[in-house]
Ligand binder design. Structure first.
Ligand code: SF4
Ligand code: SF4
Length: 423
Protein backbone atom coordinates (compact mmCIF):
# COMPACT_ATOMS: atom_id res chain seq x y z
CA UNK A 1 0.00 0.00 0.00
CA UNK A 2 1.35 3.44 -0.89
CA UNK A 3 2.42 5.58 2.03
CA UNK A 4 -0.11 8.36 2.79
CA UNK A 5 2.66 10.95 2.42
CA UNK A 6 3.97 9.66 -0.90
CA UNK A 7 2.40 12.43 -3.00
CA UNK A 8 3.88 15.08 -0.72
CA UNK A 9 7.34 13.48 -0.89
CA UNK A 10 7.07 13.29 -4.67
CA UNK A 11 6.29 16.98 -4.83
CA UNK A 12 9.35 17.60 -2.66
CA UNK A 13 11.42 15.71 -5.24
CA UNK A 14 12.54 12.90 -2.92
CA UNK A 15 13.95 9.67 -4.31
CA UNK A 16 11.02 7.56 -3.10
CA UNK A 17 12.76 4.18 -3.20
CA UNK A 18 15.88 5.33 -1.38
CA UNK A 19 13.74 7.29 1.06
CA UNK A 20 11.66 4.25 1.93
CA UNK A 21 14.90 2.34 2.56
CA UNK A 22 16.09 5.12 4.88
CA UNK A 23 12.85 5.14 6.89
CA UNK A 24 12.97 1.35 7.26
CA UNK A 25 16.53 1.43 8.60
CA UNK A 26 15.71 4.36 10.89
CA UNK A 27 12.62 2.60 12.23
CA UNK A 28 14.65 -0.50 13.10
CA UNK A 29 17.34 1.57 14.76
CA UNK A 30 14.78 3.46 16.77
CA UNK A 31 13.20 0.25 17.91
CA UNK A 32 16.50 -1.24 19.10
CA UNK A 33 17.91 1.91 20.66
CA UNK A 34 14.79 3.56 22.06
CA UNK A 35 11.70 1.41 22.30
CA UNK A 36 13.55 -1.52 23.88
CA UNK A 37 14.55 0.59 26.92
CA UNK A 38 12.96 -0.38 30.24
CA UNK A 39 11.14 2.05 32.52
CA UNK A 40 10.86 4.97 30.11
CA UNK A 41 8.80 7.94 31.28
CA UNK A 42 5.30 8.09 29.85
CA UNK A 43 5.99 11.57 28.47
CA UNK A 44 8.41 10.02 25.96
CA UNK A 45 5.38 8.83 24.01
CA UNK A 46 5.15 12.33 22.56
CA UNK A 47 8.74 12.07 21.32
CA UNK A 48 8.08 8.59 19.89
CA UNK A 49 5.14 10.06 18.01
CA UNK A 50 7.18 12.99 16.68
CA UNK A 51 9.94 10.63 15.57
CA UNK A 52 7.43 8.29 13.93
CA UNK A 53 6.18 11.28 11.94
CA UNK A 54 9.61 12.80 11.32
CA UNK A 55 9.13 13.00 7.56
CA UNK A 56 5.33 12.93 7.73
CA UNK A 57 3.17 15.16 9.88
CA UNK A 58 5.81 17.84 10.55
CA UNK A 59 6.59 18.08 6.84
CA UNK A 60 2.88 18.34 6.10
CA UNK A 61 2.60 21.19 8.62
CA UNK A 62 5.54 22.93 6.98
CA UNK A 63 4.12 22.38 3.50
CA UNK A 64 0.79 23.87 4.57
CA UNK A 65 2.52 26.83 6.24
CA UNK A 66 4.46 27.43 3.02
CA UNK A 67 1.25 27.33 1.01
CA UNK A 68 -0.10 30.09 3.26
CA UNK A 69 2.96 32.22 2.45
CA UNK A 70 5.38 31.37 5.29
CA UNK A 71 9.07 30.95 4.52
CA UNK A 72 11.33 28.19 5.86
CA UNK A 73 14.95 28.64 6.94
CA UNK A 74 17.27 25.67 7.54
CA UNK A 75 20.24 25.96 9.89
CA UNK A 76 23.25 23.83 10.79
CA UNK A 77 24.61 25.63 13.82
CA UNK A 78 23.38 27.05 17.11
CA UNK A 79 25.02 30.37 16.24
CA UNK A 80 22.17 31.26 13.90
CA UNK A 81 19.69 33.34 15.94
CA UNK A 82 16.38 31.55 15.60
CA UNK A 83 14.62 34.49 17.29
CA UNK A 84 15.08 36.60 14.15
CA UNK A 85 13.56 33.93 11.92
CA UNK A 86 10.54 33.47 14.19
CA UNK A 87 10.07 37.24 14.53
CA UNK A 88 9.55 37.40 10.75
CA UNK A 89 6.75 34.82 11.09
CA UNK A 90 8.92 32.20 9.39
CA UNK A 91 9.87 28.63 10.36
CA UNK A 92 13.34 27.67 11.61
CA UNK A 93 14.48 24.08 11.14
CA UNK A 94 17.74 22.64 12.45
CA UNK A 95 18.79 20.32 9.62
CA UNK A 96 19.89 17.02 11.07
CA UNK A 97 23.00 15.61 9.33
CA UNK A 98 23.38 12.78 11.82
CA UNK A 99 23.41 9.75 9.52
CA UNK A 100 25.78 8.29 6.97
CA UNK A 101 23.75 8.65 3.77
CA UNK A 102 24.64 9.57 0.22
CA UNK A 103 28.41 9.42 0.90
CA UNK A 104 29.05 8.49 -2.72
CA UNK A 105 27.41 11.77 -3.78
CA UNK A 106 29.05 13.85 -1.06
CA UNK A 107 32.51 12.55 -1.93
CA UNK A 108 32.15 13.82 -5.50
CA UNK A 109 32.61 17.27 -4.02
CA UNK A 110 34.22 16.81 -0.61
CA UNK A 111 37.50 15.15 0.36
CA UNK A 112 37.07 11.74 2.00
CA UNK A 113 38.58 13.05 5.21
CA UNK A 114 35.76 15.55 5.78
CA UNK A 115 33.80 15.18 9.03
CA UNK A 116 30.70 13.00 8.86
CA UNK A 117 28.37 15.88 9.70
CA UNK A 118 29.38 17.90 6.65
CA UNK A 119 29.30 14.85 4.38
CA UNK A 120 25.91 14.02 5.77
CA UNK A 121 24.25 17.31 4.84
CA UNK A 122 25.63 17.00 1.33
CA UNK A 123 24.55 13.36 1.22
CA UNK A 124 20.99 14.00 2.42
CA UNK A 125 20.54 16.77 -0.11
CA UNK A 126 22.22 15.18 -3.14
CA UNK A 127 20.66 11.76 -2.60
CA UNK A 128 17.25 13.52 -2.37
CA UNK A 129 16.45 12.07 1.03
CA UNK A 130 15.68 15.08 3.19
CA UNK A 131 12.22 16.65 2.95
CA UNK A 132 13.33 19.35 5.41
CA UNK A 133 16.19 20.56 3.20
CA UNK A 134 13.93 20.41 0.18
CA UNK A 135 11.34 22.55 2.00
CA UNK A 136 13.82 25.32 2.78
CA UNK A 137 13.59 28.70 1.06
CA UNK A 138 17.05 29.49 2.35
CA UNK A 139 19.73 27.55 4.22
CA UNK A 140 21.78 29.58 6.69
CA UNK A 141 25.42 28.60 6.97
CA UNK A 142 28.12 30.10 9.18
CA UNK A 143 31.88 30.52 9.17
CA UNK A 144 32.52 28.29 12.17
CA UNK A 145 34.97 25.53 11.16
CA UNK A 146 36.89 25.61 7.87
CA UNK A 147 35.17 22.47 6.59
CA UNK A 148 31.68 23.93 6.88
CA UNK A 149 32.74 27.35 5.66
CA UNK A 150 34.16 25.99 2.40
CA UNK A 151 31.45 23.36 1.99
CA UNK A 152 28.72 26.03 1.97
CA UNK A 153 30.30 27.59 -1.13
CA UNK A 154 29.62 24.36 -3.00
CA UNK A 155 26.32 23.62 -1.25
CA UNK A 156 24.97 26.93 -2.53
CA UNK A 157 25.05 25.43 -6.05
CA UNK A 158 22.33 22.95 -5.00
CA UNK A 159 20.39 24.80 -2.29
CA UNK A 160 20.34 28.60 -1.86
CA UNK A 161 22.67 29.25 1.08
CA UNK A 162 23.39 32.45 2.99
CA UNK A 163 26.46 32.54 5.25
CA UNK A 164 26.74 34.42 8.55
CA UNK A 165 30.20 35.35 9.70
CA UNK A 166 30.98 33.92 13.13
CA UNK A 167 34.23 35.29 14.59
CA UNK A 168 36.76 32.94 16.22
CA UNK A 169 37.73 35.08 19.19
CA UNK A 170 35.57 36.75 21.83
CA UNK A 171 37.09 40.20 22.30
CA UNK A 172 35.22 43.50 21.75
CA UNK A 173 36.08 43.69 18.01
CA UNK A 174 34.77 40.16 17.46
CA UNK A 175 31.59 41.00 19.30
CA UNK A 176 31.12 44.11 17.20
CA UNK A 177 31.54 42.02 14.06
CA UNK A 178 28.92 39.50 15.19
CA UNK A 179 26.54 42.34 16.15
CA UNK A 180 26.86 43.59 12.58
CA UNK A 181 26.20 40.07 11.29
CA UNK A 182 23.07 39.74 13.43
CA UNK A 183 21.72 42.94 11.90
CA UNK A 184 22.70 41.84 8.39
CA UNK A 185 20.89 38.55 9.02
CA UNK A 186 17.78 40.42 10.18
CA UNK A 187 17.81 42.41 6.92
CA UNK A 188 18.17 39.21 4.91
CA UNK A 189 15.30 37.48 6.72
CA UNK A 190 13.09 40.53 6.20
CA UNK A 191 13.97 40.54 2.52
CA UNK A 192 13.22 36.82 2.02
CA UNK A 193 9.97 36.85 3.99
CA UNK A 194 8.77 40.30 2.97
CA UNK A 195 7.89 40.83 6.65
CA UNK A 196 9.27 43.66 8.77
CA UNK A 197 10.66 42.57 12.11
CA UNK A 198 9.22 44.96 14.66
CA UNK A 199 10.37 45.31 18.26
CA UNK A 200 7.18 43.64 19.53
CA UNK A 201 7.57 40.66 17.23
CA UNK A 202 11.22 40.21 18.13
CA UNK A 203 10.51 40.39 21.85
CA UNK A 204 7.78 37.72 21.51
CA UNK A 205 10.21 35.50 19.60
CA UNK A 206 12.91 36.03 22.25
CA UNK A 207 10.41 35.03 24.96
CA UNK A 208 9.26 31.97 23.01
CA UNK A 209 12.77 30.62 22.41
CA UNK A 210 13.71 31.41 26.03
CA UNK A 211 10.69 29.39 27.23
CA UNK A 212 11.89 26.41 25.25
CA UNK A 213 15.41 26.84 26.66
CA UNK A 214 14.00 27.06 30.20
CA UNK A 215 12.10 23.79 29.72
CA UNK A 216 15.28 22.09 28.51
CA UNK A 217 17.30 23.60 31.36
CA UNK A 218 14.72 22.23 33.79
CA UNK A 219 15.11 18.79 32.21
CA UNK A 220 18.90 19.04 32.55
CA UNK A 221 18.62 20.04 36.21
CA UNK A 222 16.32 17.09 37.04
CA UNK A 223 18.99 14.74 35.72
CA UNK A 224 21.17 15.52 38.76
CA UNK A 225 18.98 13.07 40.70
CA UNK A 226 20.25 9.61 41.57
CA UNK A 227 18.72 7.28 40.42
CA UNK A 228 18.63 9.05 37.04
CA UNK A 229 14.96 9.62 36.14
CA UNK A 230 15.54 9.52 32.37
CA UNK A 231 18.13 7.85 30.15
CA UNK A 232 20.75 9.85 28.27
CA UNK A 233 19.40 8.44 25.03
CA UNK A 234 15.96 9.90 25.72
CA UNK A 235 17.39 13.23 26.89
CA UNK A 236 19.48 13.44 23.72
CA UNK A 237 16.42 12.70 21.59
CA UNK A 238 14.52 15.53 23.29
CA UNK A 239 17.37 17.93 22.54
CA UNK A 240 17.45 16.75 18.93
CA UNK A 241 13.70 17.13 18.39
CA UNK A 242 13.91 20.68 19.80
CA UNK A 243 15.54 21.68 16.51
CA UNK A 244 12.62 20.90 14.26
CA UNK A 245 9.40 20.61 16.23
CA UNK A 246 7.01 23.53 16.61
CA UNK A 247 8.52 25.49 19.54
CA UNK A 248 5.24 26.17 21.44
CA UNK A 249 4.01 22.59 21.24
CA UNK A 250 7.43 21.15 22.04
CA UNK A 251 7.83 23.35 25.12
CA UNK A 252 4.41 22.38 26.51
CA UNK A 253 5.19 18.69 26.10
CA UNK A 254 8.63 18.96 27.69
CA UNK A 255 7.23 20.88 30.65
CA UNK A 256 4.69 18.09 31.14
CA UNK A 257 7.47 15.51 30.90
CA UNK A 258 9.49 17.44 33.50
CA UNK A 259 6.49 17.34 35.89
CA UNK A 260 6.45 13.58 35.49
CA UNK A 261 10.22 13.31 36.03
CA UNK A 262 10.02 15.41 39.19
CA UNK A 263 7.32 13.08 40.53
CA UNK A 264 9.54 10.11 39.68
CA UNK A 265 12.45 11.70 41.46
CA UNK A 266 10.31 12.34 44.54
CA UNK A 267 9.39 8.63 44.55
CA UNK A 268 13.07 7.80 44.14
CA UNK A 269 12.33 6.06 40.85
CA UNK A 270 14.75 5.90 37.94
CA UNK A 271 15.71 4.23 34.69
CA UNK A 272 18.78 2.62 36.25
CA UNK A 273 19.47 1.53 39.84
CA UNK A 274 20.95 4.06 42.26
CA UNK A 275 24.76 4.29 42.09
CA UNK A 276 24.88 3.27 38.40
CA UNK A 277 28.00 4.90 36.90
CA UNK A 278 27.10 8.38 35.71
CA UNK A 279 28.67 9.81 32.56
CA UNK A 280 28.79 13.32 31.17
CA UNK A 281 29.17 13.38 27.38
CA UNK A 282 31.10 16.31 25.95
CA UNK A 283 32.15 17.39 22.47
CA UNK A 284 30.71 17.53 18.97
CA UNK A 285 26.97 17.87 18.49
CA UNK A 286 25.04 14.64 17.96
CA UNK A 287 22.49 15.50 15.31
CA UNK A 288 19.48 13.23 14.86
CA UNK A 289 19.71 10.22 14.23
CA UNK A 290 23.22 9.97 15.67
CA UNK A 291 22.55 7.79 18.73
CA UNK A 292 25.52 5.46 18.42
CA UNK A 293 27.68 6.46 21.38
CA UNK A 294 24.85 6.94 23.88
CA UNK A 295 23.67 3.47 22.88
CA UNK A 296 27.18 2.07 23.42
CA UNK A 297 27.67 3.87 26.77
CA UNK A 298 24.28 2.99 28.24
CA UNK A 299 24.46 -0.50 26.72
CA UNK A 300 27.68 -0.94 28.74
CA UNK A 301 25.86 -0.39 32.02
CA UNK A 302 26.30 3.37 32.63
CA UNK A 303 23.76 6.17 32.50
CA UNK A 304 24.40 9.47 30.71
CA UNK A 305 23.42 12.43 32.88
CA UNK A 306 24.34 15.40 30.67
CA UNK A 307 25.53 16.58 27.26
CA UNK A 308 28.09 19.37 27.01
CA UNK A 309 27.25 19.78 23.36
CA UNK A 310 25.34 21.99 20.95
CA UNK A 311 22.62 19.34 20.97
CA UNK A 312 22.46 19.80 24.73
CA UNK A 313 23.73 22.33 27.23
CA UNK A 314 25.51 24.70 24.79
CA UNK A 315 22.16 25.35 23.15
CA UNK A 316 20.23 25.90 26.36
CA UNK A 317 22.54 27.32 29.05
CA UNK A 318 22.06 31.03 28.35
CA UNK A 319 18.88 32.96 27.70
CA UNK A 320 18.54 36.18 25.71
CA UNK A 321 18.01 39.07 28.14
CA UNK A 322 14.30 39.99 28.09
CA UNK A 323 14.81 43.29 29.87
CA UNK A 324 15.15 45.18 26.59
CA UNK A 325 13.46 48.35 25.40
CA UNK A 326 14.05 48.80 21.69
CA UNK A 327 15.38 47.05 18.60
CA UNK A 328 18.98 48.05 19.34
CA UNK A 329 18.77 46.63 22.84
CA UNK A 330 17.33 43.40 21.49
CA UNK A 331 20.00 42.94 18.83
CA UNK A 332 22.65 43.66 21.50
CA UNK A 333 21.06 41.10 23.82
CA UNK A 334 20.97 38.50 21.03
CA UNK A 335 24.64 39.20 20.22
CA UNK A 336 25.64 38.84 23.90
CA UNK A 337 23.79 35.59 24.33
CA UNK A 338 25.15 33.94 21.18
CA UNK A 339 28.71 35.09 21.73
CA UNK A 340 28.64 33.17 25.02
CA UNK A 341 28.49 29.79 23.22
CA UNK A 342 31.69 27.86 23.88
CA UNK A 343 32.25 26.20 20.52
CA UNK A 344 35.71 24.73 19.92
CA UNK A 345 36.20 26.96 16.87
CA UNK A 346 36.96 29.82 19.31
CA UNK A 347 40.41 30.59 20.59
CA UNK A 348 41.05 30.62 23.44
CA UNK A 349 38.07 28.65 24.67
CA UNK A 350 38.85 28.19 28.34
CA UNK A 351 35.32 28.75 29.52
CA UNK A 352 34.33 25.46 27.90
CA UNK A 353 36.55 23.61 30.37
CA UNK A 354 34.92 25.50 33.25
CA UNK A 355 31.49 24.52 31.90
CA UNK A 356 32.42 20.85 31.72
CA UNK A 357 33.80 20.86 35.27
CA UNK A 358 30.74 22.62 36.56
CA UNK A 359 28.36 20.25 34.79
CA UNK A 360 30.29 17.20 36.01
CA UNK A 361 29.99 18.47 39.60
CA UNK A 362 26.35 19.51 39.47
CA UNK A 363 25.25 16.32 37.72
CA UNK A 364 27.45 14.18 40.00
CA UNK A 365 29.15 12.56 37.01
CA UNK A 366 31.68 9.81 37.72
CA UNK A 367 33.50 10.55 34.48
CA UNK A 368 33.50 12.52 31.23
CA UNK A 369 33.53 10.92 27.78
CA UNK A 370 34.74 13.33 25.14
CA UNK A 371 33.39 12.67 21.67
CA UNK A 372 34.81 14.11 18.51
CA UNK A 373 33.68 13.26 15.06
CA UNK A 374 36.47 11.81 12.96
CA UNK A 375 38.28 14.60 11.04
CA UNK A 376 36.83 17.33 13.27
CA UNK A 377 39.97 19.23 14.17
CA UNK A 378 38.51 21.88 16.52
CA UNK A 379 37.07 19.35 18.98
CA UNK A 380 39.76 16.68 18.58
CA UNK A 381 42.55 19.18 19.25
CA UNK A 382 40.73 20.93 22.07
CA UNK A 383 40.17 17.60 23.82
CA UNK A 384 43.86 17.57 24.90
CA UNK A 385 43.34 20.75 26.94
CA UNK A 386 40.10 19.40 28.35
CA UNK A 387 41.89 16.21 29.40
CA UNK A 388 44.64 18.17 31.18
CA UNK A 389 42.10 20.37 32.96
CA UNK A 390 39.91 17.49 34.09
CA UNK A 391 42.94 15.51 35.26
CA UNK A 392 43.84 18.44 37.53
CA UNK A 393 40.29 18.50 38.82
CA UNK A 394 40.40 14.73 39.46
CA UNK A 395 37.62 13.93 36.98
CA UNK A 396 38.16 10.68 35.00
CA UNK A 397 38.22 11.27 31.25
CA UNK A 398 37.97 9.15 28.12
CA UNK A 399 38.53 10.53 24.63
CA UNK A 400 36.73 8.86 21.71
CA UNK A 401 36.79 9.67 18.04
CA UNK A 402 34.29 8.07 15.72
CA UNK A 403 32.05 8.63 12.70
CA UNK A 404 28.50 7.59 11.89
CA UNK A 405 29.19 4.06 10.67
CA UNK A 406 28.24 1.23 13.04
CA UNK A 407 31.35 -0.75 12.14
CA UNK A 408 33.33 0.31 15.20
CA UNK A 409 30.60 -0.35 17.80
CA UNK A 410 32.44 -3.35 19.29
CA UNK A 411 35.85 -1.65 19.75
CA UNK A 412 34.07 1.41 21.19
CA UNK A 413 32.21 -0.83 23.62
CA UNK A 414 35.47 -2.42 24.75
CA UNK A 415 36.99 1.00 25.49
CA UNK A 416 33.90 2.29 27.27
CA UNK A 417 33.64 -0.86 29.42
CA UNK A 418 37.31 -0.57 30.40
CA UNK A 419 36.75 3.08 31.34
CA UNK A 420 33.68 2.24 33.42
CA UNK A 421 35.61 -0.45 35.26
CA UNK A 422 38.42 1.99 35.95
CA UNK A 423 36.14 4.62 37.49
S1 SF4 B 1 29.88 22.79 17.52
FE1 SF4 B 1 30.26 24.90 16.86
S2 SF4 B 1 29.95 24.82 14.67
FE2 SF4 B 1 28.96 23.00 15.50
S3 SF4 B 1 26.82 23.56 15.92
FE3 SF4 B 1 27.97 23.97 17.76
S4 SF4 B 1 28.54 26.13 17.65
FE4 SF4 B 1 27.99 25.46 15.58
S1 SF4 C 1 31.90 18.42 13.81
FE1 SF4 C 1 33.75 19.70 13.73
S2 SF4 C 1 34.47 19.58 11.59
FE2 SF4 C 1 32.34 18.83 11.66
S3 SF4 C 1 31.09 20.61 11.19
FE3 SF4 C 1 31.27 20.52 13.42
S4 SF4 C 1 33.05 21.79 13.99
FE4 SF4 C 1 33.13 21.37 11.76
Amino acid sequence: MANKYEEMWKRLDLDLTAHEGLLTVLGKFYNDIYLDQKGRPKGMEYLDFVMGEIHGLRIREITEAKASGKKVFGTFCVFVPEEIILAADAIAIGLCSGAEVGNEYAERYLPRNTCALIKSFFGFSLARLCPFTNSCDLVIGETTCDGKKKAYEIFNDFTPTYVMEVPHTKGPAAKELFRYEVERFKDKVEQVTGNRITGDRLLSAIRLVNRRRRALKRLNAIRAADPAPISGRDALLINQVAFYDDPERFTKNIERLCDELEERTARHEGVAPEATKRILMSGCPMAVPNWKLPYVVEGSGAVIVGEESCVGQRNTRDLVDEDVHDMNDMLDAITDRYMGINCAVFTPNESRLRDIEQMANILKADGVIHYSLQFCQPYAIESAKIEQGLEKAGIPFLRLETGYSMEDVEPLKTRVEAFLEMI
